[in-house]
Design a binder for this molecule. Structure first.
Ligand code: TXA
Ligand code: MG
Length: 331
């Protein structure tokens, strides 16, 4: 039975006890909710893969309480890793580093590298400090589905498979962390996320490579763990710029087998009637924060197609564009 706890007294203790006994917890972070297990307990980590329905060679991110623990998980801490950790942790940045020999290959999907981050959420931090160890956690959704940004989303997806759900309210950022691979000669962004490429370059003092692709066939071997190319609702997702919107809408309306919805930054005029207009998503930051809720809403409304007008692909808008393209590619 899932022990649904709010932020009540004793909630953290119950979650820590669950982790210590090899159980699974859901924890709020600033990006999305995670499905967590004790990263040093192979059986518990295997359960995460099972519950999520995720192939066992897709590595998990290890969440830690603060940057000083990085040396426990990384084979060595490079000046670049230290610089980025100091600048962005706690925060939506995952560092990919060579793993230390004590990190279980079950967590890393057999790879020599491990993804590490310190989440910026008071409940997650309180939990990690009380637990003391690392928590291996993918997003708390079934494999390939839309990531959860509220405790209710987690319960709807994973229900009784989680022992304790910590409710930390809606996630502030709303899209996953930026993943930076530090194992090569230059830092490479493998997933656009809550930390913008501009901010990374500002802190590093030079440009970074960005290998972010919504096309699975273009993903290189290093990024093969990124093939979770879905983030997809049941509704078919169709992308359109504001200029081509009316034309796209008319085409979609002609062929759709059910209701057609629209998600855009702002309210638009001159649209065909009988379009189900979802509440506008707002600026790029706001768009990121509400994106996954809106995709879930499209399914609740039984939409056959959701036409989305992405925000400009700058700042966190890059991550929103990436997720929308993946959703469109897999629907
Ligand atoms: O914001 C986030 O990062 C959230 C919260 C819960 O922290 N977590 C998250 O985890 O998005 P997940 O498992 O849904 O996505 C992690 C991505 C996966 O595509 C995985 O393959 C990749 O990171 N990844 C993790 N460790 C890796 C490694 N050692 N090498 C290559 N890719 C890795
Ligand atoms: Mg995920």
């Amino acid at each position: 039975m899932t022990d649904r706890v709010e932020t009540s007294a004793g909630a953290i203790e119950r979650a820590v006890a669950a982790l210590r006994s090899g159980g699974l917890i859901a924890l709020p972070t600033e990006t999305v909710y995670g499905l967590g297990a004790d990263a040093s307990n192979d059986d518990a980590v295997r359960r995460v893969f099972e519950v999520k329905g995720r192939p066992s060679d897709h590595p998990l991110i290890v969440h830690i309480a603060d940057a000083t623990q990085l040396e426990l998980w990384a084979a060595s801490v490079s000046p670049t890793a230290q610089l980025l950790a100091d600048a962005f942790w706690p925060g939506p940045l995952t560092l990919l580093v060579e793993r230390s020999s004590s990190v279980s290959p079950v967590v890393t999907g057999g790879r020599p590298t491990v993804g590490i981050r310190v989440p910026d959420h008071p409940v997650a931090l309180e939990l990690l400090r009380a637990f003391g160890g690392g928590v291996a956690a993918p997003s708390a959704n079934r494999f390939g589905r839309v990531s959860p940004t509220t405790a209710a989303h987690v319960i709807a997806d994973l229900g009784n498979d989680v022992d304790v759900v910590l409710d930390g309210g809606p996630c502030r950022v709303g899209v996953e962390s930026t993943i930076v691979d530090l194992t090569g000669d230059v830092p490479v962004v493998l997933r656009a996320g809550g930390v913008s490429v501009d901010r990374l370059e500002e802190v590093l003092g030079h440009s970074v490579e960005v290998h972010v692709s919504a096309e699975p066939s273009n993903a290189g071997a290093r990024a093969s763990g990124m093939l979770e190319a879905h983030y997809a609702p049941n509704a078919k997702v169709v992308l359109a710029t504001e200029r081509e919107l009316v034309e796209v809408m008319i085409g979609v309306l002609r062929s759709a087998s059910g209701p057609v919805g629209l998600l855009a930054e702002s309210s638009l005029v001159g649209l065909p009637e009988d379009i189900v207009e979802l509440e506008p998503a707002g600026t790029a930051d706001e768009y990121a924060a509400v994106l996954y809720s809106r995709l879930r809403q499209a399914d609740r409304l039984g939409l056959a197609v959701l036409v989305c007008v992405p925000p400009p692909a700058v700042g966190v808008g890059l991550a929103v564009n990436d997720r929308l393209r993946r959703a469109a590619a897999s629907s």
